[in-house]
Design a binder for this molecule. Structure first.
Ligand SMILES: NC(=O)c1ccc[n+]([C@@H]2O[C@H](COP(=O)([O-])OP(=O)(O)OC[C@H]3O[C@@H](n4cnc5c(N)ncnc54)[C@H](O)[C@@H]3O)[C@@H](O)[C@H]2O)c1
Length: 419
């Protein structure tokens, strides 16, 4: 391994400090190299926010490192896409730790420097939502293709601005829509496609778990999630997911009604200090979908789980029903529906749970984040279709914004199309 490139920045004390190194790994050529030795097509990726929960676990370890461990992504003509990331963040020691754990050599605390480097053609952002637009604007201006965590921006106006910018720049763009790749929801989508439900009547969903208030046990989510001023709140977090889940699996969302609540007004942060929770930690929402499907979805960080999975969607249709989770999916066709009779005076003699059939696992499922990364990189390299661009990302934050408004104004709001 031969270090070939370094950048320095000036520290507060005026000393020059090493902020990034570039190393040729295993002879891989520069990031924009076309199929070189062994038909490898290296794609340089700026990964910003990899010291965070999602950036590190799902995007770095479970996606990019996993893709490298499997030898890259095979293309139809036998070439392989080889992701070559530079890990970007604000704390150098954290980046160094990550570099050691992953074997990825390139790190930088200087986003501008790596953006100016033509070796990197993709910018990925898993930083705080509030920090995202500025970095994404710079990346677009530098001609990078952009892939981001959801939401693409903290508000619809900014999301539409970013959509306009990627279109004008002609760069490729994508937003994480990981729930669509969950085995349980893939099975559910297949049931919908096959007509299993007949006419779908309603969807009732429960998402959530208890997030500890701290200090002991410490909270298992970052404290910014509970501060509105830092872009927190479960509506902005979850409605982006609900939008693409409902739109893609069932039908486009037509209206939204929501009630947010801050059940726990004080929590303890990462340093064990108390802080005021200014964002809602639960949201009780109703959505009406095209075709008359009524959806009731509860999202809560203040509920103790008595379900099989942290997310469950119960779908009722004229010909059958299903309960889908992250992994599993159970069905009950109309012909196997037991006859329930309301009589509170005698104990119930039907075991309702046993009247459901588990949908068998007929294929293996990859990690959803990794699966979507592979599709995005194929899109970048070979122009393969990638339907989850910033236009879809804007729809997510649109629904979150409308949900907040519906709650504040105590009314049902229409969801207009995004032009
Ligand atoms: N797809 C999903 O299921 C899912 C789940 C949770 C969070 N998210 C999204 O992922 C993003 C990150 O969430 P998280 O839970 O990993 O948060 P986190 O707090 O664990 O990580 C945030 C990252 O951003 C960096 N950061 C913080 N402030 C910054 C700033 N001002 N400038 C640049 N970088 C900064 C931090 O160093 C860290 O690397 C959010 O946009 C969130 O909406 C997605």
């Amino acid at each position: 391994m031969v270090p070939t490139w370094q950048t320095f920045s000036t520290t507060k004390g005026g000393e020059r400090e090493l902020t990034a190194t570039r190393t040729e790994i295993d002879g891989a050529a520069g990031a924009t190299t076309q199929a070189g030795e062994g038909g490898r097509r290296t794609v340089g990726i700026i990964m910003n926010g990899v010291t965070g929960r999602m950036g590190m676990n799902q995007h770095l370890f479970r996606s990019i490192v996993a893709i490298r461990e499997q030898g890259g992504i095979e293309l139809a003509d036998g070439r392989r896409i080889w992701p070559e990331p530079v890990l970007v963040g604000r704390r150098e020691h954290k980046l160094r730790e990550l570099a050691e754990r992953t074997g990825i050599e390139r790190i930088s605390t200087d986003l501008d420097a790596v953006l100016a480097d033509p070796e990197y053609e993709v910018y990925f952002d898993a930083t705080l939502t509030s920090a995202r637009p500025e970095a994404v604007r710079k990346a677009i201006a530098a001609g990078k293709h952009v892939y981001t965590e959801k939401p693409i921006a903290p508000d619809l106006e900014t999301a539409l601005e970013l959509l306009r910018l990627v279109r004008e720049a002609g760069v490729k763009h994508g937003v994480v829509q990981d729930k669509l790749f969950l085995p349980g929801l893939l099975k559910l989508a297949e049931l919908v496609r096959s007509g299993f439900f007949g006419r779908i009547l309603s969807v009732r969903g429960e998402f959530g778990y208890w997030v500890f208030e701290g200090p002991e046990p410490p909270a298992q989510r970052p404290s910014w999630n509970y501060r509105a001023e830092d872009g927190g709140g479960i509506i902005v977090d979850m409605f982006c997911h609900w939008r693409y889940v409902l739109d893609n699996i069932f039908a486009p969302v037509k209206t939204v009604t929501a009630l947010g609540y801050t059940h726990i007004p004080e929590r303890y942060d990462e340093r064990g200090e108390p802080y005021e929770a200014t964002a809602e930690d639960a949201a009780y929402a109703w959505f009406e979908l095209e075709g008359g499907i009524v959806v009731n979805l509860n999202s809560s960080w203040c509920t103790r789980v008595n379900r099989d999975e942290l997310l469950e969607l119960h779908v009722d249709g004229t010909h059958g029903s299903a309960v889908a989770g992250l992994h599993g999916c159970r069905i009950q066709p109309a012909a196997a529906t037991p006859k329930a009779v309301w009589n509170p005076d005698i104990p119930n003699d039907i075991d309702f749970r046993s009247a459901w059939i588990e949908v068998p696992q007929r294929q293996s499922y990859d990690n959803g984040f990794k699966a979507q990364w592979e599709l995005f990189l194929r899109h970048v390299v070979d122009d393969e279709p990638f339907p989850w661009g910033f236009d879809e990302g804007a729809k997510g934050i649109q629904l979150a914004e409308l949900g907040m408004r519906a709650w504040r104004e105590r009314r049902t709001l229409d969801v207009p199309p995004i032009e």
